[in-house]
Structure formats: structure tokens, C-alpha cells
Design a protein around this ligand. Structure first.
Ligand code: ADP
Length: 474
């Protein structure tokens, strides 16, 4: 117990830490992956849209001029016109190049631009669609997208080229904004998850800590502690269970204390008597009559003591699971006959009528005859003990469908309904003032259970009690 107590204090990984590592950690990872993937998609999407817009314009240009592309000189003029008349919103710079790589015209007005190994133009030369693109930085350090379209005649001879360049600043700004928005949403989700997680964990951890504190107090022996149930959920159930456990422990503790005091009392009574008589017999001159009476009392009381000690030993064996049975084929009827016969003297002496409905036959059973006898004695002893003078004690035995039934009925004080469920519990006594250890029925019940049978108690308070033992016949 102490060891586990120490272990409990060393919480290596609290629920909160575990959740942070496994739960939140996983979600944050998923969010990061989602943001990265979405950012890539957005980037690709925006660049692709810019490219396809330019491609559209270049397609338009090629289809407009294809029927005129027979003479390079005429085409040069056409291209020059195209550039001059290019309706542009100021974002697209268009330059027309001759076959020799000289700029013929440009919307930027810089006609001195000449081909010096543009990557997009290189690509376009070898592309089946006469199309080449380039994303990178221009000579001013500005990020641009450049697209070149080679214009060819019907035979496929290059006649010139048109190059479109647009700044990617706006597109990049849009992408940055979108990514910032994504990160913002990701952060909000993470904060929301963290807060709701912390709130949820606190709603578990705090009550669990309180329950743990309460359980510690109970384990120190304070069984009157009761935890307050705040929620009607699993935690609430746990609170109920701990409270029930405390009540049960308190009850057991009370029963145990009563048991110790009643057993001590029962041990003391015969001892006082034995001691008194021993002193009397030793000290004074006693006549033979008194001597014999004294010796009888001493012998009877010693027997009572040894009976009680035997009962206690049985009980301790039962607790340790060491109540061994010597199971053999036994004649239950013979055993019952003997036990009933042994009580005839008592019935006469106490003026209680003992009625025995003896069956003609009773199946044999597999059992330990000493233990079965012990149970029968205990039941008859209880019946006598709790029945007033003039009352009846009836023993009935019969068999039915392979089972053997023995009923001990009395017209005694009976047992109240509220005590009935506890009667077979160890140490339980309805009246602590009446002699008895309160373990007789508990031991009897266990013995009968080991024999594969059952022991049932029915009673009406003030009217009488019937105890039925059911055992499987052979
Ligand atoms: P005890 O040694 O106290 O009799 P038992 O375990 O045999 O212990 O019985 C437990 C309690 O059950 C008794 O204290 C008594 O209150 C009640 N009891 C048992 N048998 C009877 C009975 N025949 N009539 C009334 N009460 C009974």
C-alpha cells in the first residue's frame, strides 16, 4: 500500500502532458502540413493563372497574324503595329523581336532591347508550341514572369518573336496575403484547440485530484469522509464508488470492532467462571457434591471456550482460503439424524419443541461430513438461541430433482427485513447484546458453497426464521 502511495505521487506524464504531446502535437502537425500544402497550391494556381492569361494573349496574336506570315519584312511591320496598338493595362510589357534577335518595337518604348539569351526565348525555340516561359528576377531585381512566343511561317521557319514580361509583385503580394491568412486561421484553430483541451483536461484532472485526496484520507482510516458529486458522468460514478467504498469500509470497521469486543466478552465469561471455580476448589474445604459441580462447570466452560476458538480458527482459515474439505461420499441422513438427536436434551432443558420430519431415504452426497455437521449444528444452535421458551424448532429434509433440501424452521424472534441481506456477512449480528460471534452463518454459507450448494435465509420479524440448505445429491 505504502509503495503504491509513493508511486502515485510520482506522476511521470500527466494527462495534460500526454494530451499536449499526442493530441495537440498531432493536430498542430496536421495544420502545418495543410498550410504548407495549401500555400504551394495557391502559389501554383496564381502563377498558372498569370501564365495562362499571357498565353491567351499570345494565342490571340498568333491566330491574328498567321495568314500574313509569309514575308518576314511584312511581318516585321505587322508585329510593330501589334506592339504599338497593344492595349495594355500597364502591367504587361510586350516586345517584338526580328529573326535576328533585334527588338523591333516595345510597349516600354525601349527599342534598343536586344536578345541576349533570354531563358524563355531559348525554351520557345525548341518547344513544339513555340512557347517558352521564365520566372525569375530582371536586371532591376524585380521578380517577373517572361513568356516568349516564336512566330513561324507555314514551313515552320522562324519569322520573329514576341516577348511578354509582367511583374509578379502583385501576384506575390496576393500569395503572401493568402499564406498570412492561412497561418492566421491555423493559429486561431491551434489556440482554440489548446484552450478547449486545457478546459477539458482541467475538468477531468481537478476532480480526479480531489478524488485522489479524498481516497488518501479514507486510506488513513477516516471512513466518514464523503466526496461531493458535481457531475453526473464517469467522474460522478467514480465519486459514488469511492463514497460507497468508504461507507463499506466504515461498516466493516464497525463490525470488526464489535466482533472483537463481543468475542473478548465471550472469552472472558467462561474464563471468569473457570477461574472462580478453580479458586474455590483450590482454597476451601469443599464437599464432594460442590467439587463435582465445580468440575462440571469447568469442563463445560472449557468446551465452550474451545468451541469458540475452533470457530475463530475456521473463520481465519476461511479468510486465508485454507478451509480444506475432505470430500467423500457421505450419508447425509445419518449425519442429520445424529445432529438432531444431539439437540433433544437441549430441547427438553430449554422447553422448546424439536420436531423432526425425518425422510425415509435421502440421497448420498459428496462432502466433508465434519463440515456438514458443523453447518447443521450451527443452524440448530441459532434456531434454539433465537427462539423463546415454548417455541418450536422444525427440521425437515427431502430430495427433489437430484437436490437435497434441509430446512431448519423456528418460531423465534425472526429477522427484520433490513437485516436479512446482511445476515450471512462476517461479523454481522442483529443484536450485539446476544451471545455469538456473528461468523457462524458466514462460515456455514462458505462451507455449503464449496459443496456446490446454497444456503438461504427467510424470515418474518417476530414470527420465525427458516434456513434452507440445498446440496447436490450423488
Ligand atoms: P451468531 O454467532 O451471532 O449467531 P451467526 O452468523 O450464526 O452469528 O448469525 C448472525 C446473526 O443472524 C445473528 O447474530 C442473529 O442476529 C441472526 N440470526 C441467525 N439465525 C437466526 C435465527 N434462527 N433467528 C433469528 N436470528 C438469527
Amino acid at each position: 500500500m505504502k509503495n503504491s502511495g509513493k508511486k502515485a505521487k510520482h506522476v511521470r506524464k500527466s494527462i495534460a502532458t500526454r494530451w499536449l504531446l499526442h493530441g495537440l502535437g498531432f493536430f498542430v502537425l496536421v495544420i502545418i502540413v495543410a498550410i504548407v500544402a495549401l500555400s504551394f497550391s495557391i502559389n501554383t494556381y496564381i502563377y498558372d493563372s498569370v501564365e495562362s492569361a499571357i498565353r491567351g494573349r499570345s494565342d490571340e496574336m498568333v491566330s491574328n497574324f498567321s495568314f500574313r506570315m509569309d514575308k518576314s519584312t511584312a511581318l516585321e511591320n505587322t508585329l510593330r503595329d501589334y506592339v504599338r496598338n497593344f492595349i495594355d493595362d500597364g502591367e504587361l510589357e510586350v516586345t517584338a523581336f526580328s529573326v535576328y534577335g533585334d527588338a523591333i518595337a516595345s510597349t516600354s518604348g525601349m527599342s534598343n532591347i536586344s536578345y541576349d539569351g533570354f531563358e524563355d526565348m531559348e525554351k520557345a525555340m525548341y518547344d513544339s508550341d513555340n512557347f517558352g516561359n521564365f520566372v525569375g528576377f530582371n536586371e532591376y531585381g524585380e521578380k517577373v514572369m517572361a513568356i516568349t512566343r516564336i512566330v513561324r511561317d507555314k514551313e515552320g521557319k522562324a519569322l520573329g518573336a514576341v516577348r511578354y514580361v509582367t511583374s509578379l509583385e502583385k501576384a506575390d503580394k496576393m500569395i503572401t496575403q493568402a499564406i498570412t491568412l492561412l497561418i492566421g486561421v491555423g493559429l486561431v484553430i491551434t489556440v482554440f484547440l489548446a484552450l478547449s483541451g486545457v478546459f477539458f483536461i482541467r475538468s477531468i484532472v481537478i476532480p480526479v485530484k480531489q478524488i485522489s485526496e479524498g481516497a488518501k484520507t479514507i486510506s488513513r482510516g477516516n471512513f466518514n469522509v464523503r466526496l461531493t458529486k458535481k457531475t453526473d458522468d464517469e467522474i460522478g460514478n467514480l465519486v459514488d464508488t469511492v463514497n460507497d467504498m468508504a461507507a463499506e469500509l466504515g461498516n466493516s470497521e464497525k463490525l470488526k470492532n464489535e466482533f472483537i469486543s463481543s468475542v473478548s466478552h465471550e472469552l472472558r465469561t467462561p474464563l471468569t467462571s473457570i477461574k472462580g471455580w478453580a479458586e474455590t476448589l483450590a482454597s476451601a474445604e469443599v464437599d464432594e457434591e460442590t467439587f463435582k459441580k465445580g468440575m462440571r462447570v469447568i469442563s463445560k466452560e472449557s468446551e465452550r471456550l474451545s468451541g469458540l476458538v475452533e470457530e475463530l480458527l475456521d473463520f481465519s482459515r476461511l479468510q486465508n482460503g485454507k478451509l480444506v474439505m475432505n470430500m467423500v461420499k457421505m450419508d447425509l441422513l445419518a449425519e442429520l439424524d445424529e445432529v438432531v438427536f444431539a439437540f433433544t436434551d437441549r430441547s427438553r432443558a430449554e422447553n422448546k419443541k424439536l420436531i423432526y420430519n425425518e425422510p425415509d431415504v435421502l440421497p448420498y452426497i459428496k462432502g466433508d461430513s465434519n463440515r456438514i455437521r458443523q453447518v447443521l449444528v450451527n443452524l440448530l444452535d441459532n434456531a434454539f438461541k433465537y427462539t423463546k421458551e415454548g417455541g418450536d424448532i422444525t427440521v425437515t429434509a427431502y430430495s427433489e430433482k437430484g437436490m437435497v433440501y434441509i430446512k431448519v424452521t423456528d418460531t423465534g424472534i425472526g429477522i427484520a427485513e433490513k437485516d436479512l441481506p446482511n445476515i450471512k456477512k462476517k461479523f454481522y449480528k442483529v443484536n450485539t447484546m446476544i451471545k455469538g460471534s456473528g461468523i457462524g452463518l458466514a462460515v456455514s454459507d462458505e462451507i455449503i458453497n464449496i459443496h456446490g450448494g446454497s444456503l438461504a435465509v427467510e424470515s418474518i420479524y417476530g414470527t420465525g426464521t427458516t434456513v434452507t440448505v440445498t446440496l447436490p445429491g450423488m
